[in-house]
Design a protein around this ligand. Structure first.
Ligand code: 13P
Length: 253
C-alpha cells in the first residue's frame, strides 16, 4: 500500500525571511491530522538551513530542487548531496522540466544524479513529462517511456522501490491547465507498467508516482483519487500556506 506524498516545489521564489514566514503559516495551517500523508517542502538552496530549523519536530520534511553528482571539487556554483544532507534535506527533485528546458539537462545527466542521490541516502523525486507538441503528435507514451528508462538506467530494483517519480506534463506546468484525472492516470499506469516490465510487479507497486502541473485545491481530490496517482508535486499553489494545506487535506483519507 502506497501512502500519499505531497511535495511543494517553491522554484525560484522566497528569500530567507519570506521562506520563514511561509513555513510559519504552513505549520499553523497543518493543524489537522495528516493520517499517512507525507509532506515535503523544497525551498531554494539559500533558505534550506533556516527552514530546517523551523520544521524540526513537525511532520514537514525538507527537499532540495537540484544537486550535482559529485561529492566536492571545482564545480563552481554546484551543490553536493552531502551539502544538502548537512542542512537537513532528505529529498531532492531531479530532472525537473525547467532544468531540462532551460539548462539542457538530459536523461543521461539526470541518471548520474539519481544514482548519486541514492548512494548518498537522499530520496530523489525524478521528473518526467511530455511537451504540448509531443502530446499533440501522440507520442506521449514513447517520450515518457524513454525518459523513465533513461533516468533509471542501471539502478537496481531495491533502489527503484524507494524513489519517487513525478509525472509533470510540461504543458500543464504553470499554465493553470491541469491534465484531467484520466489523462494523468493513463500516463501513471503506463509508468507503473513499464517499471513492472523493467523490474517486477512488486517493485512497480512500491514506486510512488506523483502528478505535477497546475495542481490546485479545487482539482487535487479528483487527481489524487486515481488509483495510480500517489501524490502531487505542487508549484504555484504551494507558495500560499492555505492553498498548499488544502491540497494536503485533499490527500488525507
Ligand atoms: P505548477 O503547480 O505551478 O503548475 O508547477 C508544477 C511544477 O512544476 C512542480 O514541480
Amino acid at each position: 500500500m502506497r501512502n500519499k506524498i505531497i511535495a511543494g516545489n517553491w522554484k525560484m521564489n522566497k528569500d530567507v525571511s519570506q521562506s520563514l514566514a511561509l513555513v510559519g503559516e504552513l505549520k499553523k495551517a497543518l493543524s489537522f491530522d495528516l493520517g499517512t500523508t507525507k509532506v515535503i517542502i523544497c525551498p531554494p538552496f539559500t533558505s534550506l538551513a533556516a527552514v530546517h530549523v523551523l520544521i524540526k519536530g513537525t511532520p514537514i520534511a525538507l527537499g532540495a530542487q537540484n544537486m550535482y553528482h559529485e561529492d566536492e571539487g571545482a564545480f563552481t556554483a554546484e551543490i553536493s548531496p552531502s551539502m544538502l544532507k548537512s542542512v537537513g534535506c532528505q529529498y531532492v527533485i531531479l530532472g525537473h522540466s525547467e532544468r531540462r528546458q532551460y539548462f539542457g539537462e538530459t536523461n543521461e545527466f539526470i541518471n548520474k544524479k539519481v544514482k548519486k542521490a541514492i548512494a548518498s541516502d537522499l530520496i530523489p523525486i525524478v521528473c518526467v513529462g511530455e511537451t504540448l507538441e509531443e502530446r499533440e503528435k501522440n507520442i506521449t507514451d514513447q517520450i515518457v517511456s524513454t525518459q523513465v528508462k533513461g533516468v533509471l538506467k542501471d539502478i537496481p530494483a531495491n533502489q527503484v522501490e524507494k524513489l519517487i517519480i513525478a509525472y509533470e506534463p510540461v504543458w500543464a506546468i504553470g499554465t493553470g491547465k491541469n491534465a484531467t484525472p484520466q489523462q494523468a492516470e493513463d500516463v501513471h499506469k503506463l509508468i507503473r507498467k513499464l517499471i513492472g516490465q523493467l523490474y517486477s510487479w512488486s517493485t512497480a507497486e512500491q514506486v510512488v508516482i506523483q502528478y505535477g502541473g497546475s495542481v490546485k485545491p479545487d482539482n487535487a481530490a479528483d487527481l489524487l483519487s486515481q488509483p495510480n496517482i500517489d501524490g502531487a508535486l505542487v508549484g504555484g499553489a504551494c507558495l500560499k500556506a492555505d492553498s498548499f494545506a488544502s491540497i494536503i487535506k485533499a490527500s488525507v483519507k
